[in-house]
Design a protein around this ligand. Structure first.
Ligand code: FES
Length: 189
């Protein structure tokens, strides 16, 4: 008989076979302990994790592939609208060529985008005046004199870097924390 493990009703098996059986029983007991521990630990671990809803709000991954050059989308992150625009070469140039002395809140375009990804501008889409959501993500939206975003509430205008160019908004659109996971995917938060 090659393997007494498959026939535990044969206790008279030789020493080597007995050892094999004991090893198998130990292995079974060990496996049972692991399964048992896992079954107990899972609900505890699971109950310590935030709900899927909360996780979804704390960070958001966005696939940039479908966003055509010249247009943008809005996604929600922690209850805030996040603008993601795929800028054209002309929009990037316009943002880069501005003299900082002309700006209400001077900030270079390079400080507002990620190195090597200047075609993407990612902004918190809340006007820094009184919190309206500016227009400008869709190519058909009014974008104001500087081609970025236009706030319909009191007429503030932002450029293609999201910097305020015409008040009453006092500050540039804020930047959310985000990182590129690869060339076509970002994680916000
Ligand atoms: S809230 Fe945007 S201009 Fe007032």
């Amino acid at each position: 008989m090659a393997d007494t493990v498959a026939h535990p009703s044969h206790p008279g098996a030789g020493h080597g076979d007995g050892a094999t059986k004991r090893d198998f029983l130990k292995m079974l007991a060990g496996a049972g302990a692991v399964v048992g521990a896992g079954a107990i630990a899972w609900p505890l671990i699971d109950s310590m994790n935030p709900s899927q809803d909360v996780l979804a709000l704390s960070s958001v991954e966005v696939n940039l592939d479908p966003i055509a050059e010249g247009s943008g989308i809005t996604v929600l992150w922690q209850g805030k609208p996040i603008f993601i625009r795929h800028r054209t070469p002309a929009e990037i140039k316009a943002a880069e060529d501005v003299k900082l002395s002309e700006l209400i809140e001077p900030q270079s375009d390079a400080d507002r985008v990620k190195a090597g990804h200047a075609q993407w501008i990612v902004l918190i889409g809340i006007c820094t005046h009184l919190g309206c959501i500016p227009l400008g993500n869709k190519p058909t939206d009014p974008r104001g004199e500087w081609g970025g975003w236009f706030c319909p509430c009191h007429g503030s205008q932002y450029d293609t870097s999201g910097r305020v160019r015409h008040g009453p908004a006092p500050l540039n659109l804020y930047l959310p924390p985000y990182a590129f996971e690869n060339d076509t995917k970002i994680k916000i938060g």
